[in-house]
Design a binder for this molecule. Structure first.
Ligand code: ZN
Length: 458
């Protein structure tokens, strides 16, 4: 046996032993192991796994057979990262164009598929092997244990039980922890969700931030139910601070955000009790690039997250451009865990819009502005070109449209110096137009909040 094989054997044996502790529900020991993870050992294992996954991809994936260079065969643990950084990026468009081209195991060994629709609405098929599902399940479990979830909990899943399969992956993880699951999904009305919370004394809720936020706003939970609630676990989108507070106040419990990627089956990283970014699990290699130049940025600078999956055998993705903008958080986390951290996602690289005198905006800027106005249920902004200047058409979804609400929106926009200056001084921006609406545009793909409708973009 080569040393690579021997090392892989020992890494997998350690992993099996760790999973056995979880299966036996010996969660105290699991927790101790997580908090005392030796970062050097973990980095070493990552290198061994990276060599395996790059070789596996180059040999077995039709897409990577074509795109990875021949020198990939000369990989070893020492040069694996420097070689990785020379490899071509994988784009979301390539995966949606032909998902099956990425399949690196015989189709007969695929035991589950799920689907994802990006902001462009093109479908991607994601294949999983038996091992992939196991790894996925245990990564969810680790995230849960880390947030203090244990077999005494009652979990209510308000994610959609749809094609992206997140709800069923979470359910599998919860069942392993012998936790009672209420699979209420997101299709019943809020008052019925409330009845489940109260009747079964739910202690953990799993859902998307926007759904849970609306749930929290609509239902008045009894103090007793709030007292029972331990954690609200959310993922799939970001969460402005203001909304986090409202959710915690109205539902009880502590909010934990997760960052996942459907293309990787979910779970990339999760918040700890310090709530300062996401700890990234060792199951992927993280890089941050400038989305325009594609060069790596310095540690701590903002850029597009690029991920390489170390643990997905059915459909490995090498240097996958996530489109998500984040940065590495420097320094140690106060929780004591050594796993590296990334900041909350600031936006998507393709959501960034330049408005007025070359100022770049992500939707989160406007999320923050409008979130503090209680009448605003939702919004989107179209940028058009009129009289050689940019115009922001701000659509506001509300039940209570009024002139004073319109004025509040305008005041909020003017509170951003860059917008005020571009309207009044540089004259690159017209006054914003506020349009009150009572329903959202009707489409089922992920909705964009900043839509660039100019023919000639700066
Ligand atoms: Zn931490």
């Amino acid at each position: 046996m080569t040393s690579q094989k021997i090392l892989t054997y020992f890494i997998n044996r350690r992993l099996r032993q760790f999973r056995q502790l979880i299966d036996k529900l010996d969660l105290d020991r699991v927790q101790r192991k997580i908090s005392t993870v030796d970062i050097n050992q973990s980095e070493f294992s990552k290198r061994v796994n990276a060599v395996n996954i790059l070789r596996h991809s180059a040999i077995n994936s039709p897409y990577y057979r074509k795109t990875l260079p021949k020198y990939i065969r000369k990989l070893d643990r020492k040069n694996v990262y420097s070689i990785l950084r020379t490899l071509p990026f994988t784009t979301s468009a390539a995966v949606s164009a032909n998902s099956e081209d990425f399949l690196a195991i015989p189709k007969s060994e695929v035991i589950s598929v799920h689907f994802t629709y990006g902001t462009t609405g093109n479908k991607k098929t994601i294949f999983n092997s038996k091992n992939d599902l196991q790894r996925l399940k245990y990564s969810y479990i680790l995230g849960m244990i880390n947030c203090g979830i244990n077999p005494s909990d009652i979990a209510q899943i308000v994610y959609s039980y749809g094609v992206w399969a997140l709800a069923s992956h979470i359910q599998d993880a919860l069942r392993t922890l012998e936790i009672v699951v209420l699979p209420t999904g997101n299709y019943m009305n809020f008052q019925d969700q409330k009845k489940f919370i109260e009747e079964f004394e739910t202690t953990v809720i799993f859902g998307t931030p926007s759904y849970v936020y609306n749930l929290a706003k609509e239902i008045g939970l009894s103090e007793r139910s709030k007292g029972k609630m331990k954690a609200i676990m959310m993922g799939g989108e970001g969460l402005p601070e203001h909304r986090r507070k409202i959710i915690e106040e109205r539902l009880g419990g502590e909010v934990f955000l997760n960052y996942g990627l459907n293309e990787f089956g979910g779970g990339i990283g999760s918040e700890c009790k310090a709530h300062n970014g996401y700890h990234v699990f060792p199951s992927s290699i993280l890089e941050i690039i400038d989305p325009q130049t594609e060069e790596l940025v310095e540690d701590g600078e903002w850029g597009e997250l690029v991920l390489t999956s170390l643990s997905r055998e059915a459909m490995p993705l090498i240097r996958y451009r996530t489109g998500d903008i984040s940065r590495i958080i420097l320094g140690n986390c106060e929780c004591g865990m050594k796993l590296p951290r990334i900041d909350y996602i600031k936006g998507r690289a393709d959501d960034r819009v330049i408005i007025g005198a070359a100022e770049k905006y992500y939707p989160i800027v406007f999320d923050k502005l409008f979130d503090s106005i209680t009448e605003v249920q939702d919004y989107w902004i179209e940028i058009i070109r009129e009289d050689e200047r940019d115009t922001m058409k701000v659509y506001i979804l509300t039940k209570n449209g009024s002139k004073s609400l319109e004025q509040k929106i305008i005041d909020k926009l003017y509170s951003l110096d860059s917008i005020k200056v571009d309207i009044e001084t540089t004259k690159t921006l017209n006054k914003p137009q506020i349009i009150i609406v009572n329903k959202l545009p009707n489409n089922n793909i992920k909705r964009r909040r900043l839509v660039d409708k100019r023919k000639f973009k700066p």
